[in-house]
Design a protein around this ligand. Structure first.
Ligand SMILES: *Cc1c(COP(=O)(O)O)cnc(C)c1O
Length: 367
């Protein structure tokens, strides 16, 4: 039996009519740019996260870019982030003319290691971007403490972590600003690109709202040079239908994760480590194993969806060669890139399908 890594159609099917109705309403009222559904979704997400402001933007990448910009990051600044994440976490820093300062990760959670942050701070450091990788929050208390001591901004890359919690506080609301992605494969995905910034700080919210419309809130009065980065009304309308289902979908992912944890225990692989006080939302269920590439080939042969997130740590990317890091610079991140593998975890995966994934993995190690 083939098992896909994700199946978006199965999520759409039971809510098809509600989504089609919501999208058709937008096509009827034609308020395509910053229409009423965008404002309504911003209010919904603000309530969901228990945060003062939510600002819809064109993608998760732009959420990071605009949040950093709104926090005053620009040429000459240094921003500390994880060496092991999706490209955007570091790419946005470079795009603002600032320098990405990459640091190694915690070997168990693959999240940024607070002890490494302290070592990387210089007089030019302006901000830290912790990534809540795979759906589990980075260890935020020490990160916020360090930021306070050194006067740094904290922008959470919560692209994979909407609904995750850290000690009962919602991902995205722990630092100065939080950034979500509505890329289709995220836990709350739209039908294209979309993203959102959340913050409790009025100044960051005001600036982000300006930046997304070319830097001015009234026509042709450009206070700063901004971007064209709005969340489409069509996407907002669809996301408003989906958001109420998110807690249910998250519970399904967590139940699948718990079953993997139980049934893969004892095999020569590492299942995800969940910190005390963490509510992991499993955007990915990521295992690690020494024979990763062989296991991946075995899964492929047996038609089990899987993917390596992420095969190349940032410091070894061609575009960051000028940062001057060699192979071996961040050993834990390199080790992760060489050993991680994500298995199917989408909420609609059936029990039979998961049994198949588990059996195929077990067969690999038995053979
Ligand atoms: C998906 C993702 C992003 C970027 O989001 P887009 O909506 O695709 O631009 C940023 N950071 C991380 C960790 C992500 O997983």
């Amino acid at each position: 039996m083939a098992v896909p890594l994700i199946d978006l159609g199965r999520q759409y099917e039971p809510i098809r009519e509600d989504i089609n109705r919501a999208v058709n309403r937008v096509l009827d009222h034609c308020g395509f740019i910053l229409g009423p559904e965008v404002k309504a979704l911003e209010a919904d997400v603000a309530e969901f996260c228990d945060v003062k402001h939510a600002i819809g933007v064109a993608s998760g990448t732009d959420a990071l870019l605009l949040a950093l910009h709104a926090c005053g990051v620009g040429p000459g600044a240094e921003v500390i982030t994880s060496d092991f994440s999706f490209f955007a976490s570091a790419g946005v820093i470079d795009r603002l003319g600032a320098k990405p300062v990459l640091i190694d990760i915690d070997p168990e959670t693959y999240n940024i290691d607070p002890a490494e942050i302290i070592k990387a701070i210089t007089p030019q450091t302006r901000a830290i971007i912790p990534v809540h990788l795979f759906g589990q929050c980075a260890d935020m208390d020490p990160i916020i403490e360090i930021a306070k001591t050194h006067g740094l901004k904290v922008i959470e890359d919560a692209a994979q972590a909407i609904g995750a919690q850290y000690k009962s506080r919602k991902a995205g609301t722990l630092g100065d600003a939080g950034c979500f992605s509505f890329f289709p494969t995220k836990n709350l995905g739209c039908a294209g690109d979309g993203g959102m910034i959340v913050t409790n700080e009025d100044g960051i919210a005001d600036m982000a709202r300006k930046l997304r419309v070319h830097g001015g809130l009234s026509d042709y009065n450009h206070e700063v040079v901004g971007y064209n980065s709005r969340l489409d009304t069509l996407q907002a309308a669809l996301l408003r239908v989906k958001l109420p289902y998110l807690p249910r979908w998250t519970k399904a992912r967590r139940a699948h994760a718990a079953r993997y944890d139980r049934e893969l225990a004892g095999l020569p692989l590492i299942t995800p480590k969940v910190n005390d006080g963490a509510y992991h939302i499993y955007n990915q269920y990521t295992i690690a194993c020494d024979r990763r590439d062989e296991l991946a080939a075995h899964l492929k042969e047996n038609q089990i969806g899987h993917k390596v997130y992420y095969p190349v740590p940032f410091h070894l990317l061609e575009c960051f060669a000028d940062l001057g890091h060699n192979s071996g610079a961040f050993p834990i991140s390199e080790q992760a890139a060489g050993s991680v593998l994500s298995l199917p975890i989408f909420g609609e995966m059936t029990e039979t399908e998961q049994t198949e994934v588990i059996e195929v993995v077990k067969r690999f190690f038995a053979g």
